[in-house]
Design a binder for this molecule. Structure first.
Ligand code: F6R
Length: 366
């Protein structure tokens, strides 16, 4: 059932062109530039009345939520508060009637996420959940649901579920942006044009797995890794670090690139590879100057950049390029090589990637 792959994790990584397509397929109307989400549970009028937006999730799903904040704030122009399930539920949050409360969960059974959703509902918020497992508790208890439809995820480390959560968040942001009148028909069409190209771009990146394997072979013995990203790719740095630590047991930390000089730089030396995500956006130059400081401390730099970039290629010890897409779409394309990097490093170290120690697929305890 691994379809010829040595591990479920690798099989699921390679399923992503299809699973991302499954998340968006049949869920939009191109003519009107709108997302068509029949199970979303709220009428356009109710969406129009939404006051504030909250996103609550745990682990990798929380990283998707952090990306969702950027997408929603950009496409819906409404502030979004993102919380970790276990933090939200214990602090008497200032949630109000008509707030939109979005939860994200692969399993739909995560205890802290579920408890947060119950609390939000009790306070009068409208709960919409992005869930993979059909009929799960969270799906049943929410006012509306957006299924990711990426099929069962067997590997304990979440891969395809994460990119489908991101794809679902684009659809939700498009829907809200349109019903709240922030995005025009033409804007909606442009977003759909970009979204439908994603599966082929993901496939293209997967086709270059050998380059990632070569990078993994150079660095798999290192004891610590730092992952840096900015803006919408800061959560992807967190996700890259989480993937690496959970299956390879290497100590890895994700940081906002601008925070490096506020502490973590003290750790940097020749034995700590620094993985950096640097799309061509308005923050690119700032990231380059962060990396000069890393290089000055002789740390190996592994740079993930957009096609056509020149500068980092000169500074970095290893470079992997992704297609040059709209900045808001870059998180999905950066995620793929980071998943492969974690996978190959873990395999080279002889770890059991599908069943990492101490981890459970579904965390139903607090
Ligand atoms: C990491 C991972 C976990 C889950 C977290 C939430 O690879 O799988 O961090 O993302 O336990 O699980 P769900 O999404 O089922 O609520």
């Amino acid at each position: 059932e691994k379809s010829g792959y040595p591990h479920f994790m690798l099989k699921e990584i390679h399923e992503q062109p299809q699973t991302i397509l499954d998340t968006i397929r049949g869920r939009y109307s191109y003519e009107s530039g709108e997302a068509d989400l029949p199970d979303i549970g709220l009428t356009p009028k109710q969406f129009a009345e939404v006051g504030r937006i909250w996103i609550v999730a745990c682990g990798t799903s929380w990283h998707a939520g952090l990306v969702g904040k950027y997408l929603l704030e950009e496409m819906v122009r409404t502030p979004v508060q993102v919380d970790i399930g276990s933090e939200f539920r214990y602090r008497d949050p200032l949630i109000e009637k008509n707030d939109l409360f979005i939860t994200i969960s692969q399993s739909g059974e995560t205890a802290d996420t579920l408890a947060a959703a119950r609390e939000a509902k009790q306070k009068g918020a409208r709960v919409v959940s992005i869930v993979n497992v059909v009929g799960s508790t969270l799906a049943r208890e929410s006012d509306g649901v957006l299924y990711t439809h990426c099929g069962p995820e067997i590997g304990v480390a979440s891969t395809k579920a994460f990119t489908s959560q991101l794809a679902a968040l684009y659809m939700l942001a498009l829907h809200l942006g349109r019903v709240r009148g922030v995005l025009t028909v033409a804007d909606g069409k442009s977003w759909l044009d970009r979204l439908v190209t994603l599966p082929a771009l993901v496939k293209h990146v997967l086709g270059r797995e050998a380059e990632i394997l070569a990078i993994a072979k150079r660095y798999y013995k290192k004891p610590d890794f730092l992952f840096l990203g900015r803006g919408i790719n800061y959560p992807i740095a967190l996700e890259g670090a989480l993937k690496l630590k959970e299956i390879s047991y290497i100590h890895a930390e994700g940081y906002a690139a601008g925070e490096m000089k506020h502490g973590p730089i003290a750790l940097i030396d020749k034995d700590m590879p620094v993985v950096v995500l640097a799309p061509r956006d308005r923050l690119y130059e700032k990231t380059v100057s962060n990396l000069m400081e890393v290089k000055a401390r002789r740390a190996p730099v592994i740079a993930f950049v957009a096609e056509g970039e020149r500068e980092l290629g000169k500074i970095a010890d290893a470079v992997f390029t992704i297609p040059d897409v709209h900045p808001l779409l870059s998180p999905i394309l950066f995620t793929i090589p980071l998943q492969l990097l974690a996978y190959h490093i873990a395999v080279l170290r002889g770890e059991d990637v599908d069943q990492p120690r101490n981890l459970a697929k579904s965390v139903t305890v607090e």
